[in-house]
Write a protein of this length. Structure first.
Length: 330
């Protein structure tokens, strides 16, 4: 029996290492110059559309940034989150119902198709848009790597299995990132993206009411949540409210800054997954470091982690396809 357990563990380790090696090998085939000759105006074309959108609808910045994250964590960065068959594809999974801005990706793709028809993948459009909205929100910039191709498969169940829940504890979060070849540091850095955007009450209402499940409604909040912050959240989210939108980083939810880490350090992170970052020595140290306003350090780390995330499970070469329309396969 013991030998069997050891063999299974060894097999799991081999599979895990092979997965990481595959991801890294694929990632190396991406390059910022991929479209240098085939679509030289790509970056300018995408940025022009994004800047126009952000000038009138800056609240779409957070969802558009996270759309790239939600794409990469399911089947890799292959644009599968964009496919649209009602009640069957990833975008209809519960974790993705809060993602907005799909029509903006369609708008960007249409602009790109006009200048470079059939050349640029929807997966690459997502990666570039994520960078451009971050910059538009006063966040860091980075050289986006290109060369991804689009997948042809998208299912609700895979999204449910791979996207990390706002209710996740630190062990689940670390395991989820490790499974994608990302580090504990990447976990904290990318969580910092919660500095922009909003959330529905459904994602954290359980922390405000009847947290222990004993049927106590008014005096049973999550003890890891600052007790002085609880009344403020309750004033916005009543018991059972699932739809009201609340700023994740109150006061600066349209600006990419370090406020998220200050909130988490004060036990005012909105989600249980935010609070969980204080439950591990490595993640807690990073939170406290950037709560002290190391802006340059965080911006560099965020850029590095976004590039790294953008390499997860990519399709390259002759794999997949270049979709003409992002919502459907060719």
């Amino acid at each position: 029996m013991a030998t069997s357990r050891v063999s299974k563990h060894f097999l799991f380790q081999l599979i895990f290492l092979a997965l990481i090696a595959f991801n890294r090998a694929n990632g190396r085939s991406l390059t910022p110059d991929f479209y240098k000759h085939t679509c030289p105006n790509l970056v300018y074309t995408i940025k022009t559309v994004v800047d126009e959108v952000m000038s009138v609808a800056p609240t779409l910045g957070g969802p558009l940034m996270r759309m790239h994250f939600h794409d990469c964590f399911v089947r890799g960065c292959d644009g599968s989150v964009l496919l649209d068959t009602p009640n069957k594809t990833e975008k209809y999974a519960i974790p993705n119902l809060s993602i907005r801005g799909f029509q903006i990706i369609d708008k960007v793709k249409s602009a790109v198709e006009k200048v470079c028809p059939g050349i640029v993948s929807c997966a690459d459009v997502l990666a570039a848009v994520a960078r451009d909205v971050t910059v538009a929100l006063n966040g860091p910039s980075w050289e986006v790597e290109f060369g991804r191709r689009d997948g042809r498969v998208s299912t609700v169940n895979e999204a449910l299995a791979n996207l990390l829940s706002p209710f996740a504890n630190i062990s689940t979060l670390k395991q989820g990132f490790q499974a994608k070849g990302l580090s504990v540091k990447d976990l904290v850095v990318l969580s910092g993206g919660h500095t922009v955007g909003t959330s529905h009450c459904a994602a954290f209402n359980n922390r405000l009411y009847n947290f222990t499940g004993k049927g106590i409604q008014n005096d049973d909040a999550d003890p890891t949540l600052d007790y002085e912050y609880v009344p403020k959240l309750k004033s916005k989210c009543k018991f059972g409210d699932r739809n009201t939108l609340v700023e994740m980083d109150p006061g600066s939810f349209k600006t990419f800054d370090l406020s998220y880490f200050s909130l988490v350090a004060k036990r005012r992170g909105l989600f249980q997954s935010d609070a969980a970052l204080l439950d591990d020595s490595e993640t807690r140290a990073y939170v406290k470091l950037h709560a002290l306003k190391d802006k340059a350090g965080f911006f560099k780390d965020f850029a590095d982690s976004m590039i790294k995330m953008g390499r997860i499970g990519v399709l390259t070469g002759t794999q997949g396809e270049i979709r003409k329309v992002c919502t459907k396969v060719n």
